[in-house]
Design a protein around this ligand. Structure first.
Ligand code: ADP
Ligand code: MG
Length: 452
């Protein structure tokens, strides 16, 4: 077989195309340039570092797996930035994505969230069984066993993973099936934008013609009256047409205060399945799975120590593993239980999220000093990072606009309101920015307790 990078990449892409929903395919994978295939690696070029990060996070495993099977030897993926950014060495920042196409559909599914990569335990048995039965029924167009399926459990226990596994299963099993995944917040933003631009009909049409609707985090519908109203009608329409609905929430329907009674009563029509924190054995199994997915070999005593220390949140468990590995790599030392002790987070109550935490996260992520976020620079990448920080401060803490202004270099509250609305509007048209912000939000949520 001739092994030009182009041929190899073409076969990778034709395989990926069947696995990745078209919106994410367009957003992430359409403008990649194959550069080189060597004995041990496949090198591809992307236009900017935002894409580089996204592809590495989301698709590395899939690309490596396909490329290795095409070439019949293990290949590691290397992603290089070859666009203009590499010439003028602009910092990796969100402005790149502003050119991304606006999404017509709902949110992209993360291809890593599959049933195969979901570890089963006593804590999630019912939720997994019900999710699989539901996914199969939709894909095979059989009678739905539970409609809706309502999955609940506290943060970081795998609700999003399961919802997306259902979506991934259905879209790869039957490509005629239309699947929409969204969060209640995204649904609300879309509705508001639809109303603003006289496009509510298109919005309705989009969600009412799907075969499978996955709505994540419905507890955030609290206080959003118009969105609840809209979802109520969407629900009735889909349910009446025997289309499947799957919902997730951090609590069971009966505890969803602040939601309309008629909506909550519909949430109870099907099956409620909870996910509890995993026990020690399951935590070990999850850590092994995550280590394998990253292609690294970690000693059992290290995994045991992590599993003993972190018990209530799988995202935190995974975070501790990643941190431990990075530490060992950076220090060039072998990980031992002793040096691991020092770097593991102490579990206990998570501290309350503050604006300072948000600034820290944004400054690390975009490689900008914190002072720049408070400062006056109008450079695009700085001002956008600042606006994102302001947006998050408003969404995730209880501070008022004037109070936030004081934390950002004594800015006037009207400036803060403007930044906030600007990001809020951009989110709607920019799926990559949306995905990025959700990711930041989830990172913060796994470390701090949020007030909303
Ligand atoms: P939630 O939506 O409930 O807050 P997520 O679905 O985002 O939680 O899960 C957080 C992280 O933990 C994800 O990376 C997910 O893959 C992982 N995770 C959670 N439960 C499991 C599991 N049982 N097996 C494998 N990974 C899991
Ligand atoms: Mg989630």
């Amino acid at each position: 077989m001739s092994e030009s990078p182009v041929t190899v990449w073409d076969s990778v892409m034709s395989d990926l195309r069947t696995q990745v929903p078209s919106t994410s395919y367009e957003a992430w994978l359409s403008d990649i340039e194959p550069l080189e295939v060597s004995e041990g690696s496949l090198v591809i070029g992307v236009p900017d570092s935002f894409k580089k990060g996204g592809i590495e996070r989301r698709y590395r495993a899939a690309i490596e797996e396909i490329a290795s099977s095409v070439c019949r030897r293990p290949l590691a993926l290397e992603v290089r930035v070859v666009g203009r950014e590499s010439e003028d060495a602009a910092p990796a920042l969100v402005h790149n994505e502003l050119a991304a196409p606006a999404s017509q559909g709902a949110l992209p599914l993360n291809p890593d969230y599959t049933f195969a990569s979901f570890v089963r335990g006593e804590n999630n048995r019912l939720a997994v069984a019900a999710s699989e039965a539901t996914a199969e029924a939709v894909a095979q167009r059989l009678k739905k066993p539970y409609n809706p399926l309502f999955i609940y459990g506290s943060v970081g226990l795998g609700k999003t993973h399961l919802l997306q596994a259902i979506g991934n299963f259905v879209s790869s099993a039957d490509r005629e099936c239309t699947v929409a995944y969204t969060t209640s917040e995204r649904f609300a933003i879309e509705l508001i934008n639809g109303i603003r631009s006289n496009a509510t009909a298109a919005f309705r049409e989009k969600y009412r013609q799907v075969d499978l609707l996955l709505i994540d985090d419905v507890h955030f519908l609290k206080g959003k009256e118009a969105t609840q109203e809209e979802l109520f009608h969407t629900f009735n329409d889909l349910h009446g047409n025997k289309k499947q609905i799957v919902l997730s929430s951090d609590r069971p329907p009966e505890d969803l205060s602040g939601l309309q009674e008629r909506l909550v009563s519909r949430f109870k029509w099907g099956l409620e399945a909870d996910i509890q924190p995993p026990n020690f054995e399951t935590r070990m199994a999850i850590l092994r799975e995550k280590a394998i997915a990253r292609g690294i070999d970690v000693d059992n005593d290290i995994l045991e120590l992590i599993a003993k220390r972190i018990s209530s949140n799988v995202r935190a468990l995974e975070g501790a593993l990643v941190k431990a590995i990075a530490y060992a790599e950076l220090q060039g030392e072998k990980l031992t239980p002793k040096n691991l002790e020092g770097i593991l987070p102490k579990e206990g109550r998570r501290p309350k999220l503050t604006i300072a935490h948000i600034k820290d996260e944004i400054s690390t992520r975009y490689e900008l000093p914190r002072s720049e976020l408070e400062g006056a620079s109008r450079k695009k990448e700085i001002s956008q990072a600042r606006q994102i920080a302001i947006y998050l401060a408003r969404e995730l803490t209880e501070h008022s606009f004037p109070a936030i202004g004081r934390e950002f270099g004594d800015r006037d509250h009207t400036t803060i309101m403007h930044s906030y609305s600007k990001i809020k509007a951009l989110l709607m048209d920019t799926p990559l920015l949306y995905a990025e912000i959700i990711e930041i939000q989830e990172t913060l949520e796994s470390r701090y307790s949020l007030l909303r």
